[in-house]
Design a protein around this ligand. Structure first.
Ligand code: ZN
Length: 172
């Protein structure tokens, strides 16, 4: 396993649309292992492959609390089949937009289908933080970042903040 570099805004690669994976192979699993390790190292609760520069429809996630046992989840070619009309705001953050948190409205519950780590089809309803996180990560597969939902002013301010922080980091 290896820790990969996480791309940050305004890197244009993050705007790419990710392609479906043909089959879940050992190579796919090796990529998911790297993604999970990168996410834990960051640390974060979700990561899409495009965030490490790979335009494939793959997401890893772990919503367990720090004290608890790790509960890694893997999603290949996820699709939203249904969602409820009710939305709920949640303060979202993103490893590609470090230190920026903004309230975003998302569907409270979504019915999703995807292939898991073993390539098996899973169909289930996601709700709560799980629903927020899967919608956020699936946006990445379409090249959409949560700050795209903000006003232009707020979005530009967020990107500037990230550029400044990255410059400081590079200077160390
Ligand atoms: Zn994100």
């Amino acid at each position: 396993m290896a820790i990969k570099e996480i791309l940050t805004v305004p890197n244009p690669v993050l705007k790419k649309v990710s392609k479906p994976v043909d089959a879940v192979t050992d190579e796919t699993r090796a990529l998911m292992d790297d993604m999970l390790e990168t996410m834990y190292d960051a640390p974060g609760i979700g990561l899409a492959a495009i965030q490490i520069g790979i335009p494939l429809q793959i997401i890893v996630m772990d919503l367990s609390r720090e004290e608890g046992e790790p509960e890694p989840k893997y999603f290949v070619n996820p699709e939203i089949l249904e969602d409820v009309e009710e939305t709920k705001p949640y303060d979202e953050g993103c490893l590609s937009v470090p230190e920026v948190f903004e309230s975003i409205d998302r569907a409270e519950r979504v019915k999703i289908t995807y292939l898991n780590y073993h390539g098996e089809r899973v169909t289930e309803w996601a709700e709560g933080l799980y629903a927020v996180c899967i919608q956020h990560e699936m946006d990445h597969l379409k090249g959409v970042i949560f700050i795209d939902y903000l006003s232009r002013l707020k979005r530009e301010r967020a990107v500037k903040k990230v550029i400044k922080a990255e410059k400081l980091k590079a200077a160390v």
